[in-house]
Design a protein around this ligand. Structure first.
Ligand code: SAH
Length: 237
């Protein structure tokens, strides 16, 4: 084994997530692939097995108890990169229907390989989030949108909320600045038809302070959003 599976199992249990033998093997396979492929492509700056367990696997799993009360099984991981948080969520619960979205083709190709090696099924989407948000096939479709380390929350709301169906949720994974970002994103969330529903801050061993923020979309997204081109980043809501 490349990773300390006992440590991962214990950390997951602290989040109320039970990982069996098959799940632990899949996490190990995922770590091996990440380390191997990262030698030739820039997938992640986190490459040491202990760090992968804390910063990628455990951090992603911390979302599970937070998402539980929000309900819904069709999830989209926006700006998933090398598959975080989506891959750990899928390993922990293969019954989830997850769409992995990223604008970078080499990352989506890497994810196709990961899913194949893990023997897991999911949808892959190589597209910008704001393009997906204007596409009928993806707009107002998902029970839950999740995102980690993609953009400031104000921008992230405009990337993610159009993808969520009315009644569904958007969950952002943030670091120590999460509460400040939430205050600055109040207007963005409201204009995109969402209200804040929960917030949780905690210290994750080996990863530091984390803040999870959830919004519920209470009305369909206004036709003006998401905006095109660089407008979202240039003048965030
Ligand atoms: N969520 C992963 C990756 C974070 S890096 C993790 O936490 O490890 C940010 C990723 O978001 C990159 O892979 C980048 O290609 C993608 N990204 C940034 N803006 C995007 C957008 N507007 N649409 C789709 N993907 C985007």
């Amino acid at each position: 084994m490349t990773i300390d599976t006992t440590l991962l199992q214990d950390t997951a249990l602290a989040f109320g997530v039970e990982l069996g033998g098959e799940a632990l093997e899949r996490f190990d396979t995922c770590a091996k692939l990440l380390i191997e492929r990262n030698k030739t492509m820039n997938l992640t700056s986190v490459t040491e097995p202990g760090e992968i367990v804390a910063k990628h696997f455990a951090d992603s799993l911390s979302l599970i108890p937070f998402l539980r009360p929000l309900a819904g099984r069709h999830l989209i991981d926006v700006g998933t990169g090398a598959g975080f948080s989506g891959i750990p969520l899928l390993i922990a619960n293969p019954a989830l229907e997850i769409t992995f979205l990223d604008a970078t083709k080499k990352k989506v190709d890497f994810l196709a390989e990961v899913l194949r090696e893990l023997g897991l099924e999911a949808h892959l989407l190589c597209l910008r989030a704001e393009e997906a948000g204007r596409d009928r096939a993806h707009r107002d479709r998902y029970d839950i949108a999740v995102a980690r380390a993609v953009a400031n929350l104000r921008e992230l709301c405009e990337y993610c909320l159009p993808l969520v169906k009315p009644g569904g949720c958007f969950a952002a994974m943030k670091g120590p600045g999460g509460a400040d970002e939430a205050a600055q994103a109040e207007n963005a969330a409201a204009r995109l038809g969402a209200v804040p529903v929960s917030r949780k801050s905690f210290i994750l061993e080996g990863a530091g302070e984390r803040t999870l923020l959830a919004y519920r979309k209470i009305s369909a997204t206004d036709e003006r959003f998401p905006r095109r081109g660089g407008k979202i980043a240039k003048s965030p809501l």
